[in-house]
Design a protein around this ligand. Sequence first.
Ligand code: NAD
Length: 369
Amino acid sequence: MASIGVGLIGTGYMGKCHALAWTGVKPVFGDTPDVRLASLCEVTDGLAQKRAGEFGFAKATSDWRALIADPAVDVVSITTPNQFHAEMAIAALQAGKHVWCEKPMAPKLADAQRMAEAARRSGKVAILGYNYVQSPAVRYIRSLLDEDAIGAVNHIRVEMDEDYLADSDAPHSWRSEASAGYGALDDFAVHPLSLIATLLGRPTSVFGEMSKPYADRPHQGGRRAVETSDIATALLRLPGGIAGAIHVNRCAWGRKGRLLIQIFGSRGMIVFDQERFNEVQVYVAEGRPADQGFRTILMGPAHQPYGRFIVAPGHQMGFNDLKIIECRALLARIAGEAAVAVDFDEGLAIERAVHAIAEASRKGAWVEV
Ligand code: NAD
């Protein structure tokens, strides 16, 4: 394929990240088809036209079905709120388009199952926005585990904390509506689940707890009930007897984008925190106890694909670069090549774990995934 036509639905926080990724993927990687920014969709014609002008898309529409039907569109980026993913992704796949859909798949497991079935039936490539598995740091951690750098892994803990809902007066939005899902579980915990699956495997059983720190939030001059849980905790049983734990909190004052991974092994441990995006810390218990301590490894061209972005070490990559790597993985898969990405089948396994954690929280008991 010499060129690929892109349709983008939604232009909020993630929509802009997808637009930047589509613009950057060819200059960064060089080996992709030419990208045509064909059509963009927003809730009103005015907003769609404004964003199309800013992002450089040829056409603008407020009708996402028209975007999907457009023959100039080969691949659809879906960056709308969670409750719209299933309908849009299934329609795009049925129209013969490839799909890059933001996580989570859908608030209801049955919808996620329909999405995975539609992807299988279509023969098209369908991946999800699990950007953190694309990080050079996470790839480096994976290589350390493959090389047995910390011995046999016995425990992994992943925490994801942000404070964008920490203020009880932060406005009500789709993120606090039950139609978007459970809350922190499908907004945040899906990322730790994708990372744990990539690094160590999927959980076989889970225990969970969810809580809601604030009952209501400002809405249209009054206050509206919060229907979701902004805090969630899960214990996981992983293959090989590895113990896992996930803590996620959207109301965590002071934490801006913390995604902390700690992996403990029989001879050492590995630490990564998204707020220190370009650093991996490794502790190996060897040599004299007096000399033991953490080594901090700064990501650079030796940790690919860092070098595709910038040849100089120490100059740092950032979040939007993960989206460019994810976009490259999508294009590689469309070209029939292998590439790290969470497809709809792997995404469905994450959704199963999410619903099992919610069920465990309701029952107060371990649930098999
Ligand atoms: P957002 O509210 O900033 O943006 C959503 C956009 O979709 C808005 O501009 C809205 O007008 C538009 N929209 C809504 N309905 C539409 C429709 N019918 N047609 C066209 N446009 C429509 O939300 P966001 O933070 O960008 O989140 C969007 C998705 O991205 C969510 O599923 C979220 O879970 C996911 N997300 C992923 C990450 C990540 O790290 N991968 C981070 C944040 C959000």
